[in-house]
Design a protein around this ligand. Structure first.
Ligand SMILES: CC(C)(COP(=O)(O)OP(=O)(O)OC[C@H]1O[C@@H](n2cnc3c(N)ncnc32)[C@H](O)[C@@H]1OP(=O)(O)O)[C@@H](O)C(=O)NCCC(=O)NCCS
Length: 183
């Protein structure tokens, strides 16, 4: 459990089945700039969440549920890595009714603290659709820098879209901002 001030990140587990079923099968929860995923049945999701970590084509994904302090589930955080290259990438999404309250910024700060405290990595990166200003602002508030544009990086909702690549280096992070002690 990674405890912040208003929220915490908890490794996803079987008790999250209802929440994940809701989240993955509601197109409006992906926001405007994420690819549309095929609908998933409860049993498919149940199988996926047997572990909080999944490996696909050599890339390992670790999933967290973002919760308020009272236990209300409000979003998802993931990090993934291909260890030989020594980088970690993050992704995140909140329920629409919980956006704009600073929770995503806090969640990203928590995961950045956790990853630099616990992993032997030099950089954490994130990509965002170039139109996704809220996500870019979140990354910039946590200290990520824009490295450049990944041109026509994916075909989404009927058009080729550009992404921005953001990163934060260990020397830019310097010290934990929220996770001052590990639990
Ligand atoms: C991206 C996302 C997680 C941000 O969540 P959030 O709860 O709004 O984030 P926060 O409240 O912590 O911060 C949002 C910041 O963006 C700003 N912002 C929001 N919309 C904006 C816009 N259209 N243009 C510029 N800034 C914007 C807010 O003002 C705030 O900045 P501030 O604190 O300086 O005022 C949320 O929009 C989401 O889940 N979107 C769908 C999934 C997604 O796009 N995930 C990211 C994939 S890379």
């Amino acid at each position: 459990m990674l405890e912040g001030k208003n929220i915490r990140l908890r490794l996803r587990d079987k008790e999250d089945l209802d929440f994940l079923f809701e989240f993955w099968n509601h197109i409006e929860y992906y926001g405007e700039y994420e690819a549309i995923q095929p609908q998933m049945s409860r049993s498919e999701i149940e199988k996926r969440i047997e572990s909080s970590t999944t490996t696909d084509a050599g890339v390992t994904w670790t999933w967290f549920v973002i919760e308020k302090k009272d236990g209300t589930k409000i979003g998802l955080m993931v990090y993934f890595t291909n260890q030989p290259r020594g980088w970690i990438e993050i992704g995140y999404a909140l329920l629409p009714q919980e956006m704009g309250k600073g929770y995503a910024t806090e969640a990203v700060q928590i995961i950045v603290d956790y990853l630099f405290l616990s992993k032997d990595i030099m950089r954490i990166q994130a990509t965002t659709d170039e139109r996704n200003k809220a996500s870019q602002r979140v990354l910039e508030k946590v200290g990520f820098m824009k490295e450049g544009t990944i041109r026509k990086s994916g075909f989404m909702r009927g058009e080729w879209v550009n992404d921005y690549l953001y990163s934060i280096l260990r020397e830019e992070w310097r010290a934990p901002k929220i996770l001052t002690k590990q639990k």
